[in-house]
Design a protein around this ligand. Structure first.
Ligand SMILES: Nc1ncnc2c1ncn2[C@@H]1O[C@H](COP(=O)(O)OP(=O)(O)OP(=O)(O)O)[C@@H](O)[C@H]1O
Ligand SMILES: [Mg+2]
Length: 294
């Protein structure tokens, strides 16, 4: 395994936006319940606050809950787009700081069982979006289902969240291996969530490195840590984002630092604006799958 950026750079990096490409970040995990949605919401908000036109896609298609966690009123969702009942633009909800949210439908079997083709259809709807998007943050479900792998494959960056539990670390490594071997994703950012100290975070990352062994096909980077924080839980029970209601808390500071790092990640160097890169990768993958099947 190759290692990139093990040592974190300075937390404060430039925030200038490369206007030529959209940064798409899939937030995922091997095991459920490690904080993906919490991180995705707060990261997207931090990016919006930094002046990036940001779209947050609830792609945890079986257990969608971003609207609930932000206390938003949602009547229509991506299922309505897939059924052709409305356009993506019509289901967009505006959250705090101008953050745009694409809500999903919770507990909907149709959505949770979407395959690569349907995911591509969904993502294709993005190309109809008018107006400039700089960053797309995607909250996926955990594990290695077709929808998770499709969203990760189509994204320019994959952020794998894990906590300190042995089962979470094991599943984090299994997910990275799976995404690499079966989907040719080479680079992963690993975020240590719900740890107590910076040192715990680094040690967690070291364990992930050790378990991945010397696989030369995989490059992993440490995305930093977010501490276990009671204020974050308090914010969640008040249906608020911690970076809004407790901006000085340990978790809010860490998530803002994460956002600065995300801004510094290389953007896809394609001469497209909007979300074509994301859409094209989804569609490309579908074509490959169709060829294999026929
Ligand atoms: N840094 C943190 N400190 C304290 N609590 C946290 C932290 N991160 C997440 N949590 C709590 O952990 C629980 C799980 O978080 P969340 O729902 O974001 O996880 P998830 O990975 O999206 O779960 P799922 O797999 O079910 O979608 C929530 O109660 C959340 O408030
Ligand atoms: Mg979630």
């Amino acid at each position: 395994m190759r290692l990139a950026e093990v040592k974190l750079g300075p937390a404060c990096v430039g925030t200038s936006i490369n206007k030529t490409a959209v940064q798409t970040i899939a937030v995922t995990s091997g095991k459920g319940g490690v904080g993906k949605t919490t991180i995705a919401i707060n990261l997207a908000l931090a990016l919006a606050k930094a002046g990036h036109n940001t779209l947050l896609l609830d792609a945890d298609l079986g257990m969608a809950n971003i609207d609930e966690l932000l206390g938003l009123n949602v009547n229509v969702n991506v299922l309505d787009v897939l059924k052709g009942n409305c356009s993506l633009e019509e289901i967009l909800v505006e959250g705090p700081d101008g953050l745009l949210i694409v809500p999903a439908a919770s507990g909907n079997k149709d959505l949770s069982e979407l395959g690569a083709v349907e995911c591509a259809g969904l993502v294709h709807a993005f190309s109809e979006l008018k107006g400039r998007i700089d960053s797309l943050v995607i909250d996926t479900s955990g594990g290695i289902s077709a929808s998770v792998t499709s969203f990760c494959r189509a994204s320019s960056q994959v952020l794998v969240v894990t906590d300190n539990e042995p089962a979470s670390i094991r599943d984090c490594v299994a997910q990275i291996r799976h995404l690499n071997k079966t989907n040719a994703i080479a680079h992963f950012h690993v975020l240590a969530n719900m740890v107590f100290t910076a040192r715990d975070g680094s040690e967690l990352f070291r364990r992930v490195l050790d378990l991945l062994g010397d696989d030369q096909d995989i490059v992993i980077s440490y995305a930093g840590y977010v501490p276990r924080d009671d204020l974050l839980r308090k914010a969640v029970s008040g249906r608020q984002a911690v970076i809004n209601v407790y901006p000085g808390s340990g978790s809010a500071v860490a998530i803002n630092n994460l956002a600065r790092r995300v801004i510094s990640w290389r953007r896809p160097g394609l001469p497209h604006g909007q979300l074509e890169f994301f859409v094209e990768r989804m569609l490309q993958q579908n074509n490959v799958e169709r060829e294999v099947l026929s």
